[in-house]
Design a protein around this ligand. Structure first.
Ligand code: MOS
Length: 729
């Protein structure tokens, strides 16, 4: 057998195109007679438009149209149940629900003309008092249940009777995805067909919502997104700017491009909502959990219900007979929240893994030992055995690599000169979903393999993963494999969300490649040459060669196609999860240890070391997989110490609407990161046993850092981010 290429740290097939600027992202695209749109966003967060005067803008050079609620292109609402940023079409009426809402859009010959003319549109508003905080929202509108409350056993008396209790409330602020590539769309019509370039995490699902907005058949919409410069959830669904571009292009009969500016990302294309979570843990003297309650409150917008499912994983994470969870949402005057990397679990595990640290201290028990004593044998929430649960292994290995055994648990006891060291630990976990996927494999007369699927690569490594599985099955080198993704005309591929693209694609790529090889062999046995009349079951393809049963090379397989006068043979696969989903519970597992350095003289916290061990099943490409984890850890450092959107309570405007005020980690903030991937194939998820890796690295890391901060400073910061003000309070 040839050596396996699975796991090898191959370069990204599209890497060269990206670093040489040849990769066309949506904003790079152009079209003949292209017009440019610029939005006007509401500066107020509540109230209504009183008047709109477009006369100066209409007369400005190059202006083709000014759209607003009194002069809007025909658009419709999207029905309930369809995933979309906002069900209302843009410019629906004069009411204002949040700052950053589209109130008008100018289309002009050039971007500069469109942008200039936005300043000439005179809009008068009648502002109402906005409600932007969770407290104010709860007082004004109340909190309503969203999603199912869960309960098992009798958590309340079990808590009351518990030997040791923790009852604490944690909060996480609004965070914004901050993709490097801005949201953008370029729409053009050919007759009644819409061709749209849109930076999206879901080319195969995008047309559905657009069809509802535009009132046309879904099959009339072609979506393309060959390269996506980061999504993190903000590009899962259609947002108003893409709808406006499509509608304006239809009205004007010419292509229209719109690129959101950085500021608009903070208001108009989703965010992780503000959460407040009460966690109550009860344990016996030995540190076994006897009661777990997790009540989560998060905000949504006034135009759409979105719930951040912070407590969703809680009933599965640790063994406990008495567990209850609730989710409530509060509408406020902000744009609609949307999933952001690790939605639910990321804020949820900040709370739960912080509370466990508090419990460990109350028990005088090592936080590692506390977790190890509560690892569940099975998924107690779903009442199913685990496909695999390696949390204990991840915790032990992370602790070993970090040197956890050398930790002195006393607060402030570990020093490096004037600097106080803090060591913290937390578990990580993320669901391991898998969706159906279609892939087409073609072996071509030029000796190459082409793999096609209507999925996309938001920087996660999907091109590399598809190429690598094709290489594994065919034996071809990466240079001989072309991966074509990013169009909805291709066989329907998975969403790049929920960390499920890899798990979904791997079995489909393998099957499609095998089917194409089988086709080729069938052709060979009927084609003149040394392969003619051979038993097809004995022939194999290895690299560019067709091999006989004894391993002897019969010749290059491309000569079979040439001889048969075929340009290509193809194999089509459509794979989907089977009944294993009813037999097992699938999750990924991990653990983080973090070291922080606390300088009491400067009131400064820096993260100096992170050790992470993750089990996401079989690793297909170590380079792109660990890249996902490094990115997650940097994001987690930002979540712990820096990131938060600040709203002005008077106007409801986002104050931190730029990357100078909304802080994300830069190189100097990033510590040494020691990442280990267990690389253990999941026994049940599908061929090769790969689970997703995009999100798990961000779960738990903020808690590990907060726990380390407590260890150094004695301050339990329950509200992120951990700012100097909070440390000095
Ligand atoms: Mo992810 S938040 O599902 O892009």
């Amino acid at each position: 057998m040839p050596v396996s290429v699975l796991g090898k740290p191959n370069d990204r097939p599209e890497g060269r195109a990206k670093v040489t600027g040849r990769a066309a992202y949506t904003a790079d695209r152009t079209a003949p007679r292209l017009a440019h749109a610029c939005g006007i966003m509401s500066p107020i967060a509540a109230g209504e438009i009183v008047s709109i005067d477009t006369s100066a803008a209409d007369a400005a050079p190059g202006v083709l149209a000014v759209y607003h609620p009194d002069r809007r292109p025909p658009l419709f609402r999207v029905p309930e149940g369809v995933s979309v940023g906002e069900r209302r079409p843009p410019l629906e009426d004069r009411r204002i629900h949040y700052a950053g809402q589209f109130v008008a859009a100018v289309v002009a010959e050039t971007f500069e003309q469109a942008r200039w003319a936005t300043h000439l549109v005179k809009i008068r508003y009648r502002a109402a008092a906005p409600v932007v905080s969770l407290d104010a929202g709860e007082a004004a509108h109340g909190a309503k249940p969203k999603g199912d409350d869960t309960s098992r056993g009798d958590p309340e008396p079990a808590f009351t009777d518990a030997a040791v209790q923790v009852d604490a409330t944690y909060s996480t602020p609004v965070e914004v995805h901050c993709n490097m590539e801005m949201h953008a769309a370029l729409a053009r019509w050919e007759g009644d067909r819409l061709l749209i370039d849109d930076s999206t995490q879901y080319v195969s699902g995008h047309a559905e919502a657009l069809a509802y907005f535009l009132g046309i058949g879904q099959e009339k919409i072609s979506v393309r997104s060959h390269f996506v410069g980061g999504g993190f959830g903000s590009k899962l669904f259609v947002w108003p700017h893409a709808v406006l571009a499509a509608a304006a292009a239809r009205e004007l009969g010419r292509p229209v491009k719109i690129v959101l500016d950085r500021r608009s990302q903070f208001t108009s294309a989703g965010h992780r909502p503000h959460t407040r979570q009460r966690v109550r843990l009860g344990a016996d003297r030995d540190g076994r959990l006897v009661s777990v309650r997790h009540d989560s409150l998060s905000h949504t917008s006034l135009v759409q219900d979105y719930v951040e499912s912070c407590a969703q994983v809680t009933p599965s994470l640790y063994a406990c007979a008495h567990v209850a969870t609730t989710h409530r949402i509060v509408p406020v005057n902000v744009g609609t929240p949307t999933p952001m990397r690790g939605p639910g679990e990321v804020p949820g595990l900040f709370a739960v893994e912080s509370a466990l640290d508090e419990l460990a201290i109350a028990l005088s028990l090592d936080p590692l030992e506390l977790r190890l004593r509560n690892i569940p044998d099975r998924d107690e929430a779903k009442d199913l055995p685990w496909s695999i649960n390696t949390m204990a292994e991840c915790l032990r290995l992370a602790a070993d690599r970090f040197g956890w055994a050398g930790r002195n648990p006393d607060v402030g006891s570990m020093r490096d000169g004037d600097i106080v060291l803090g060591w913290g630990l937390a578990a990580a976990s993320w669901s391991a979903s898998r969706d159906e996927a279609k892939v087409r494999a073609e072996l071509r007369a030029d000796g190459t393999l082409r793999l096609t699927s209507g999925t996309q690569d938001p920087g996660t490594g999907t091109y590399a993963v598809i190429s690598q599985v094709g290489a594994e099955i065919s034996g071809l080198p990466p240079a001989q494999i072309e991966v074509a993704i990013g169009e909805n005309s291709m066989p329907v591929g998975p969403i790049s969300g929920g960390s499920m693209a890899t798990a979904s694609l791997v079995p489909a790529v393998a099957e499609a490649t095998r089917k194409a090889i089988k086709q080729l062999i069938k052709v060979a046995t009927k084609t003149e040459g040394p392969w003619k009349d051979q038993d097809p079951d004995t022939l194999r393809v290895q690299g560019d060669q067709l091999l006989a049963a004894d391993g002897r090379a019969l010749g290059a397989w491309r000569d079979v196609l040439r001889q048969a006068q075929l340009a290509l043979v193809a194999g089509d696969a459509h794979t989907e999860p089977g009944d294993e989903r009813e037999k097992f519970s699938f999750r990924s597992w991990g653990a983080h240890c973090a070291e922080i350095r606390w300088d009491p003289g400067l009131a400064k916290v820096t993260v100096s070391r992170v050790v992470s061990v993750l089990d996401t099943g079989r690793i297909i490409n170590h380079k792109t997989a660990s890249n996902q984890v490094y990115g997650s850890l940097v994001m987690g450092l930002g979540m712990a110490l820096l990131e938060h959107s600040v709203y002005d309570p008077r106007s409801g405007a986002v104050v931190t609407d730029n990357l100078a005020d909304y802080l994300v980690p830069v190189h100097t903030d990033v510590p040494e990161m020691d990442v280990t991937l267990l690389d253990r194939p999941d026994p049940h998820i599908g061929e090769f046993g790969a689970r997703g890796i995009g999100e798990i690295g961000l779960t738990g890391i903020a808690a590990a850092i907060a726990n380390a901060v407590h260890h150094a400073t004695g301050k339990r910061i329950r509200d992120l981010p951990i700012t100097i003000e909070r440390l000095l309070a």
